[in-house]
Design a protein around this ligand. Structure first.
Ligand SMILES: Cc1cc2nc3c(=O)[nH]c(=O)nc-3n(C[C@H](O)[C@H](O)[C@H](O)COP(=O)(O)OP(=O)(O)OC[C@H]3O[C@@H](n4cnc5c(N)ncnc54)[C@H](O)[C@@H]3O)c2cc1C
Length: 411
């Protein structure tokens, strides 16, 4: 069977469905494919999103009213004996029921006219001088050929198009993440996200996020390049027993869902357009690299890509697709992508620094929360301080001078 369409969206994850909605609302004929047999199953990742950015995104998507969620007032960060409670807007969050959100996105896509096909895997493409002219898709009904004007590649971390365009070289900086939804959590607080930096978590962190009642999310994100001898899951089970902040909260908790995956944190791709193919979401490393949050950055990219496909097709000029990366770079989100990547790099540079672990972990927290500016301009002053007490009061003074809603204590 052969299908002609304006836009082929590869991947019906949160980003693909957002792109499909965006293009279909502009009146395009959109076909969307996913190799999975069920939307959001298995879930490819977590459920925490930054509140102010999600509120902004929702002015276009109108999801918030319909998606069950927990709203938290800020974030608690612990690194060694340093505890910071940050109630800046940026650290307020929603923990959304992501499976509901993804199915709602799929419903909205179908209602907008998208031909959404599950059990359909892109296996090869053939090209012409304008880009991809035909896609071969293996489906539960047999092999299909899809002939699109434009392709939106929203096929995630292991993207077909990343391999096709050889975008994974040189070796990327990636995180391996495992997340458990658990019931029976004895939350220290259910009003904050809790994130923990600990010396034995190679290049990453562990966390406890509230959802509803005793139900919440916990897990580990770590970076294998930092020499970990365990998998993320092994690391999680070890920390659950031995790291007091997890042990006390998770003692009576049991998993009701376990999910995992990889996140490329080597910085957002700048080249997002290849002929008639636009990359979005995890396929394009659109994430806040210091924490691996990809939903909002990817869905924002998808909205722009869908609209740009419509403009290019309407004008009969596919070179207009090249406006997509420029528009993405003009968003306030882009600044955040660049800054969070830069913060991650500065945190990484602490690993080889010979300073006591408690000081290192406190400086990590200061960088993560941008008490130390993302450019790192106050880092050299921090390195001169040799006592934790002194470092924490220096950090508090710095936060106060910047009028940040931050409370730093030793615990
Ligand atoms: C454990 C973990 C926790 C995370 N926690 C958070 C969090 O709290 N907040 C946050 O914002 N982000 C989080 N992330 C990142 C977030 O999950 C991703 O950024 C997000 O899933 C990206 O969406 P996507 O649609 O680009 O990719 P995906 O969700 O990976 O979707 C890609 C889709 O493409 C399909 N596909 C792939 N190849 C093909 C093919 N050849 N043919 C057809 N279909 C194909 C896949 O089946 C999949 O459905 C987390 C990630 C992990 C791994």
């Amino acid at each position: 069977m052969t299908i002609d369409c304006d836009v082929l969206v590869v991947g019906a994850g949160p980003v693909g469905n957002t792109a499909a909605i965006s293009a279909a609302k502009e009146g395009l004929k959109v076909v969307s494919i996913d190799r999975k047999l069920e939307i959001a199953s298995p879930l490819r990742g977590g459920e925490a999103v930054c509140k102010p950015f999600f509120d902004e995104l929702d002015t276009e998507l109108n999801l918030l009213d319909k998606v069950p969620k927990k709203e938290v007032k800020g974030t608690l960060l612990r690194g060694g004996k340093c505890k910071i409670i940050d109630k800046e807007d940026k650290w307020k969050a929603y923990v959304v029921e992501r499976a509901v959100m993804e199915k709602l996105l799929a419903e909205n896509a179908i209602d907008a006219g998208v031909d959404l096909r599950l059990g359909s895997e892109l296996v090869s493409v053939s090209g012409s001088n304008r880009g991809i002219s035909s896609a071969t898709v293996r489906t539960i009904e047999g092999i299909f050929e899809i002939n699109p004007e434009v392709v939106i590649a929203a096929d995630g971390f292991a993207s077909f198009f990343r391999r096709y365009y050889k975008l994974d070289k040189p070796v990327k900086d990636w995180a391996s993440a495992i997340e458990l939804e658990m019931a029976g959590i004895d939350f220290y607080t259910d009003e904050l996200l809790q994130v923990f930096f600990e010396e034995s978590i190679a290049g990453g962190y562990t966390y406890v996020f509230p959802k509803s009642g005793s139900r919440g999310l916990t897990g580990v994100a770590m970076r294998p390049f930092f020499g970990a001898k365990e998998s993320a899951l092994e690391m999680f089970w070890r920390l659950k027993k031995s790291y007091s902040y997890l042990e006390t909260q998770l003692r009576n908790a049991h998993a009701i869902e376990i999910r995992g995956g990889c996140i490329d944190v080597s910085g957002p791709l700048k080249e997002l357009v290849y002929g008639n193919v636009m990359m979005a979401g995890d396929a394009a490393n659109q994430n806040f690299a210091y924490i691996g949050e990809g939903l909002i950055p990817g869905m924002t990219g998808a909205l722009l890509a869908g609209k740009k496909a419509a403009l290019a097709i309407e004008k009969g000029d596919l070179t207009r697709l090249n406006e997509y990366p420029k528009e993405y770079e003009a968003t306030s989100l882009w600044k955040e992508l660049v800054q969070t990547w830069s913060i991650k790099e500065k945190i990484d540079s602490l690993y080889d620094k010979s300073i006591p672990t408690d000081l290192k972990l406190a400086i990590t927290c200061f960088l993560e929360m941008e008490i130390i500016d993302w450019t790192g301009k106050e880092l050299s002053a921090a390195f001169k301080i040799t006592s934790l007490k002194e470092l924490l009061s220096w950090g508090q003074e710095l936060a106060d001078a910047k009028s940040m809603k931050c409370e730093i204590t030793e615990e």
